[in-house]
Design a protein around this ligand. Structure first.
Ligand code: ARG
Length: 600
């Protein structure tokens, strides 16, 4: 912490408030300084109490306190007066103003700028891990979270619900990691169920080993569609399929060989595509792997509670008491179903991981299913029942390519890349300057898809729109990539200024423009933004921050210039500001699973 700690040593000392992390979030120090000011005037309050009441500023202030929240006897005007009387400006806090029920605080700009930029530098370029850490915290240290996301069905189409689960889930995995949690990411494949009986029947008729090797996902879906058509006119197909699936459930090896291969080849193909999306899993598991012993135990327990109904040999659980309808747990022929597998699967995962939290990233269309499954776990009295969380999200309308409806993940990736590629080609000069235009087009295109998906609250529905998401205007993924590229270009365009001197040798007091301060202040808020995202599990929290930062940079760009600034010291200070902004924008983009580009 070299330069930060040297600088801190020259500032008035601050008390330590438990739970704050000034060494990772310098805003904590400024809030502490504010709490100290207030407690000095109002000694009946504790530092912690006041600290909790220091909010990010309203009406252009840095920080704001709403006085009524302390529930003191005196009128707010009186309280404010006391504080203003006691207050003397120092190197932390420059100004306090009173406005009705609020007190607004302004941080000392020189301290703020110096400390924020130093902290970003240290936590980006000088970390023990060698990885950028600005924005991350230890809040989840020692805790384990299991996150399940994507979870497509083998031999069925990859729909937009799966895409959203993939994008949001991968973000959550990054987010929990950034907050110190031990993360286990799972892809729970739909690799079991009667559809495999159908595929088996269909494969005999339509299957080709060659096609399978070429693209298993596509070939299996083709067969699935054909055999479903056959089943419409020939009832025997379904009977055969059910028989076949029963053999699979009974562990008949001859029924399982082909299935195993289909699964393996599909996973291989998926892995390549996830890789392009910068999405990764610790384990590919699936419905097929869930043991059956819990199925009967669940039914036994629910029977004790008189919640089981027998319909012709099929077992149903009646959850109407909780407005969760009835659900089948076991079919007549004894085969398990989706719900039972989720119950058994959760129990097995707890045995294996002893998680502190388990998250299911699944569409809101399955709200009832998830609620039923979680209710059964609760009724079975597992002490960890309250550690399961369903992270849901709304529908997307109109995801299609120019060739038609999307059924595969690779169609989305290819379309995003090709639309972007065409767009880039329109500017020939720029296009020719790019080293690897295919890669850049794919990356920018994917950024467009992801940002469109994460820009609003998860639960909102949205319309999938290629033009809008791939535009460079407005708050889009390409715009964020562009903002990053522009910041990255600053070192290339000013070779005479690099390498920058050590932070301590850069005169940050030369950064006097309000638009520079705005950037600094936003950068200071990033660790809090990450914490808030964790509280709400909303990627939009990070997306909104990234756009605010990109806009603030844009506003400063024309006036706070590096190139053309005659004062070298000033030019250096400004360059450091932009490099720090790039580091933080890059961190936010990576958290959102984007790969920030340096050129495009
Ligand atoms: N494979 C399922 C589907 O496509 C999603 C699985 C969600 N996860 C779960 N544990 N139920 O509908």
């Amino acid at each position: 912490m070299a330069s930060t700690s040297t600088y801190l040593a020259n500032l008035p000392p601050l008390p330590t408030i438990p739970g704050t992390e000034p060494e990772r979030c310098i805003a904590d120090s400024f809030r502490t300084a504010i709490a100290a000011v207030v407690v000095e005037a109002l000694p009946s309050l504790t530092l912690e109490q006041v600290y909790q009441g220091v909010d990010w500023g309203k009406k252009g202030a840095d920080f704001t306190i709403a006085l009524p929240r302390f529930r003191l006897k005196e009128k707010v005007d009186e309280l404010a007066k006391k504080i203003l009387e006691k207050f003397t400006p120092n190197e932390w806090i420059e100004e306090v103003t009173h406005d009705k029920a609020f007190l607004h605080f302004k941080c000392r700009t020189t301290s703020l700028t110096r400390l924020v930029l130093s902290q970003i530098h240290e936590l980006t370029h000088n970390t023990a891990s060698g990885q950028p850490e600005y924005g991350s915290s230890d809040s989840g240290k020692g805790k384990k979270v299991v996150i399940e996301y994507s979870s497509p069905n083998i031999a069925k189409s990859f729909h937009v619900g799966h895409l959203r689960s993939t994008i949001i889930g991968a973000f959550l995995a990054n987010l929990y990691k950034a907050c110190g949690w031990d993360v286990v990411s799972l892809n729970y494949l739909g690799d079991w169920g009667t559809q495999f009986g159908l595929i088996a029947v269909g494969f005999d008729k339509y299957g080709s080993e060659e096609e399978l090797e070429k693209d298993a996902i596509k070939h299996l879906l083709d067969i699935y569609i054909k055999v479903n058509k056959d089943a419409e006119s020939d009832p025997n197909v379904k009977i055969e399929a059910a028989k076949f699936f029963k053999r699979m459930e009974d562990g008949d090896e001859s029924a399982l060989v082909n299935w195993r291969k289909w699964r393996e080849l599909s996973v291989k193909k998926y892995e390549e595509e996830y890789d392009r999306l910068n999405v990764h899993f610790d384990h590919y598991i699936g419905e097929s792997m869930v043991g059956k012993e819990w199925q009967d135990k669940a039914i036994e327990r629910l029977d004790e509670l008189q919640l089981i109904e027998d319909h012709d040999g099929a077992k149903l659980v009646n959850l109407e008491k909780w407005k969760m309808a009835r659900a089948v747990l076991k079919k007549k022929d004894g085969t398990s179903i989706y719900l039972t597998r989720d119950i058994g699967g959760a129990i097995e995962r707890y045995d294996k991981y002893k998680f502190d939290k388990m998250i299911y990233v699944v569409s809101s269309q399955q709200d009832l299913h998830l609620a039923q499954f979680m209710k059964v776990i609760e009724l079975m009295e597992f002490p960890w029942a309250n550690k399961i969380e369903h992270i849901n999200y709304g529908l997307v309308q109109g995801m299609s390519t120019r060739r038609g409806t999307v059924v595969f993940l690779d169609q989305i990736i290819k379309e995003a890349a090709s639309v972007m590629h065409e767009h880039m080609r329109k500017n020939e000069e720029k296009y020719n300057a790019i080293e690897n235009p295919e890669y850049v087009a794919q990356e920018v295109g994917i950024s467009g898809v992801k940002i469109q998906d994460m820009a609003a609250k998860r639960i909102n529905n949205y319309v999938f729109n290629w033009d809008r998401m791939l535009s460079f205007e407005g708050d889009t993924g390409p715009y964020l990539q562009y903002a990053h590229v522009r910041l990255a270009s600053i070192e290339r365009k000013n070779p005479e200024l690099i390498p920058l001197p050590q932070p301590a040798a850069i005169d940050t007091s030369l950064l006097t423009e309000p638009s520079a301060r705005d950037i600094v202040f936003l950068l200071a808020s990033y660790p809090d933004v990450v914490k808030n995202a964790l509280k709400s599990s909303e990627p939009s929290t990070i997306v909104t921050f990234a756009f605010r930062l990109a806009h603030a940079i844009s506003s400063a760009w024309e006036t706070v210039v590096v190139k053309g600034e005659a004062d070298v010291e000033k030019a250096r200070a400004r360059m450091w500001l932009y490099v720090s902004a790039r580091d933080v924008l890059g961190a936010a983009m990576r958290l959102l699973t984007l790969r920030p580009l340096d050129r495009m």
